[in-house]
Design a protein around this ligand. Sequence first.
Ligand code: FPP
Length: 251
Amino acid sequence: MSEAELPRGVTAAFKVPRHVAIIMDGNGRWAAARGLPRGEGHRRGVEALRRTVRAAGEIGIQFITIFSFSAENWSRPAAEVSELMGLLRRFIRNDLAELHKSNVRVRIIGERSDLNPEIGRLLVEAEELTRNNDGLTLVVAFNYGSRQEITRGVQRIAEQVAMGRITPSEINMEVVGHFLDAPDVPDPDLIIRTSGEQRLSNFLLWQAAYSELVFISTYWPDFDRATLEAAIREYQQRERRFGGLVAKTGS
Ligand code: FPP
């Protein structure tokens, strides 16, 4: 890409990761630090998400995956779960048209079968409406857990074996990858977790094999384009060797 083709404000040295995945953490602590209810932290978290999707498109990121509700989040108090469900509903209802207009393709990963049918329909609507968009892909991990995703994939592979369509010796890494929730989405180059916690918490365990991990102390509601760019700069300092010897930075 020549300098002239790069998005405004981006220099050639600013090599953009193709896929950035984000663990949006710290909404509750952001609210507690201000004496506000946790729900206010989540609402401000949705605003941070809007900013981030916009910035990602401007920077030239092609895929962004967000951890919006984990399979383990059901264990939170019922009121908070219902608040998070309401936020997702409103996010899709209020923002889908705008995302579509901006040529964003929405994809959903996670378990659908045990979701409230109305939410299930909204997720399908978001995917269907934006199916042919070829700008930024926004992958929403909802009711998502990576071990659950891998387990579902293994069950489907076992079904293929039982039907005689594939033999056990034909199962390789490609086959396993093919039976995950979004097999055509490339692995994340960069995974960011906000709020200072340093773990993956059952997020994209298979796909993260060679991802660079960047942990930042900012609480998610304060995340913005500058924080995203700082995380990308840290990613660019890393040497990505993929187990080999050749250093490839930020490519
Ligand atoms: C972590 O903060 C965040 C979540 C569990 C949910 C993330 C959700 C949003 C940003 C808003 C919803 C967006 C959509 C699209 C539904 P936390 O509550 O774990 O914070 P804490 O660790 O400080 O308590």
